[in-house]
Design a protein. Structure first.
Length: 82
């Protein structure tokens, strides 16, 4: 049964999975989760584990302008959707 992070830690402990990937932001402020991370000698890392590419459905007549504004946002403000 699904039990959130506790269920994931339990499954890892039982050997049902070899990798446990959880977000730091979701668990770093919860003492119980941090204890479980330490009990299993796990660490937080900045290594990319999974990437989910996204696409924007856009009408053909808007595509060029959207591309321009995406480019401008990245070059002038450092904003990117990647």
């Amino acid at each position: 049964p699904y039990d959130g992070f506790n269920g994931m830690f339990d499954a890892y402990h039982r050997g049902e999975c070899k990798v446990l990937a959880i977000g730091r932001e979701d668990t770093i402020m919860n003492i119980d989760y941090l204890k479980r991370v330490c009990e299993h000698d796990l660490v937080y890392t900045d290594v990319l584990v999974h990437e989910n590419p996204i696409a924007f459905p856009i009408r053909p007549e808007l595509a060029a302008a959207f591309s321009y504004w995406m480019y401008a946002a990245e070059k002038t403000h450092g904003v990117s959707l990647e």
